[in-house]
Design a protein around this ligand. Structure first.
Ligand code: NAI
Ligand code: MG
Length: 501
């Protein structure tokens, strides 16, 4: 593990991306690139160095209001509302093509802005975003109502349903997969025919703004997608409360999810939420241990643990506990933590100083409460936000490290003796986003899949995503689903039409 000097990190950025990420960036409102009405900007940092990369327009109420008006006009009057479903699908497909053509640039922007390894952005973030747009492009021509067989009305009544776009949508996204989260949100909203005001996370707005340029290049009419950059407490809160937004979609912390619900109450806008998690990852003694150990390693350390579905509670059957802990620890020690653009990088810095402090604070709180840090536990280097891959034992429910989302490269390993015991423990959480079981016993695997109170269950795999697979949470992990056909329900209203012949 070696953290490069600031000069070394900066020397790896290509001239093209250097120019993009270091220049002043404006927001996209009604097809124009504009500064905030107040003229305010905020800093975007390179998490590998802690240095300022660029200044970005800090949008607030007035800018959100302009963007909402533009989205409303585009929804009510613009060419978008008159397009055929097929034309809409073609535009979405074209956007996917343009992202693919610019894959290298997107991967690099993502790595510099978020800190993640370039190689990971290349094979995960960017291709998953193009897949999502292509999948949603297909749905444009398949969003349908039904003819209804009436139950007690006489024969002269004829009825059918229409599925219509919900209207103007506000979308607030986080920093852990900046482009991919924008795709998850924009794809279904565009497929349904909505218009959008998107607010990227203040830590990582750069790929969404580049996407805005491609949205224009693809030929989406002005006002269909507006991108307002700014802080959550200002621009985000203004979106959540705006009286002319029909629906708000949010991904982020459970804490802010609750604020969104309150803010949305003013005009009772529809709400969907994809929030935190504390996902159980259960390894039984009858699993293929080599695969399970590798899987448990990836489940927590992928994207530096900054995944809402990270396998952060690792339950291990007692007889194999030491073996799995040693295996995951050995894998963790081999993870090369360095700047994301370094081709040898397996894990980059955390996204921000705030997250660095938060994650180190969790590790410290675990130690104070009697947990044991088996490997890792420290910051690496004195610039940038690097943290060692960490594994904790001797923790139990009631401790912060077990009960709360850490959102960093920190896994808690917990032994269990009986199947019934772990079946109870896995659900002892306020969250219900995802989880996994590793076993060769197919009946046990399906029993656990059914018993787990979570929106996604992986069997003998982890972190597997597909645009067709719905993703979202039970309990305090959220409301509704992203992706799949399910997400389209959040972006459409059902209208019942009844005729007397
Ligand atoms: P956050 O929930 O504050 O931020 C997520 C998004 O919400 C950002 O775009 C932010 O600007 C916006 N936001 C913040 N406050 C808002 C408000 N009052 N009204 C409207 N929008 C608002 O998350 P943050 O502070 O970046 O991270 C804190 C913790 O949240 C992490 O440690 C992690 O546990 C969790 N988190 C979960 C994510 C997930 O994918 N489920 C993603 C990011 C964070
Ligand atoms: Mg926050």
């Amino acid at each position: 593990m070696s953290v490069a000097t600031i000069e070394q990190v900066n020397s790896l950025i290509s001239p093209k991306v250097q120019k993009y990420v270091t220049s002043h960036r404006r927001m996209l409102i009604n097809g124009d690139w504009v500064d905030a009405k107040t003229g305010d900007t905020f800093h975007v940092y390179n998490p590998a160095t802690g240095e300022i990369l660029s200044n970005v327009a800090a949008g607030d109420h007035a800018d959100v209001d302009l963007a909402v008006r533009a989205a409303r006009r585009a929804f009510e009057e613009g060419p978008w509302s008159r397009m055929t479903h097929g034309q809409r699908g073609k535009l979405i497909w074209k956007l996917a093509d343009l992202i693919e053509e610019n894959l290298e640039e997107f991967a690099e922007i993502e790595s510099v802005d978020n800190g993640k390894p370039l190689a990971v952005a290349r094979v995960a973030d960017i291709p998953l975003a193009t897949d999502l747009f292509r999948y949603m492009s297909g749905w444009t021509t398949k969003i349908e109502g039904q003819t209804i067989s009436l139950s007690s009305l006489p024969q002269e009544y004829f009825a059918y349903t229409l599925r219509e776009p919900v209207g103007v949508v506000g979308q607030i996204i986080p920093w852990n997969f900046p482009l991919l989260m924008a795709a998850w949100k924009l794809g279904p909203a565009l497929a349904a025919g909505c218009t959008i005001v998107l607010k990227p996370a203040e830590q990582t707005p750069l790929s969404a703004l580049r996407l805005g340029e491609l949205i224009e290049e693809a030929g989406f009419p002005k006002g269909v997608v507006n991108i307002v950059t700014g802080y959550g407490e200002t621009a985000g809160a203004a979106l959540a409360a705006h009286p002319d937004i029909d629906k708000i979609a949010f991904t982020g912390s459970t804490e802010v999810g609750k604020l969104i619900v309150h803010a949305a109450a003013g005009n009772l806008k529809k709400v969907s939420l994809e929030l935190g998690g504390k996902s159980p990852n259960i390894v039984f003694a009858d699993a293929d241990l080599e695969t399970a150990i590798q899987g448990a390693t990836n489940a927590i350390y992928f994207n530096h643990g900054q995944c809402c579905c990270a396998g952060s509670r690792l339950y291990i059957e007692k007889e194999i506990f030491d073996q799995v802990v040693e295996g995951v620890s050995a894998n963790a020690k081999r993870i090369n933590v360095t700047e994301g653009l370094n081709p040898q990088c397996d894990m980059g810095p955390l996204v921000s100083e705030e997250q660095l402090d938060r994650v180190l604070g969790f590790i410290e709180s675990g130690e104070k409460e009697g947990a044991k840090t088996v490997i890792g536990g420290h910051r690496l280097g004195d610039h940038g936000y690097f943290v060692e891959p960490t594994l904790i034992t001797n923790a139990h429910a009631g401790m912060k490290v077990i009960d709360e989302e850490i959102f960093g490269p920190v896994v808690c390993a917990l032994p269990f003796e009986k199947t019934e015991e772990v079946a109870t423990q896995m659900n002892q959480t306020a969250y219900g986003l995802a989880g996994a079981v590793w076993t060769k016993d197919i009946s046990k695997a399906h029993r656990f899949a059914k018993a787990m109170r979570a929106g996604t269950v992986w069997i003998n795999c982890y972190n597997i995503f597909d645009a067709a697979l719905p993703f979202g949470g039970y309990k305090q992990s959220g409301w509704g689903r992203e992706m799949g056909r399910e997400v389209l329900e959040h972006y459409t209203e059902v209208k019942a039409v009844c005729l007397k012949m």
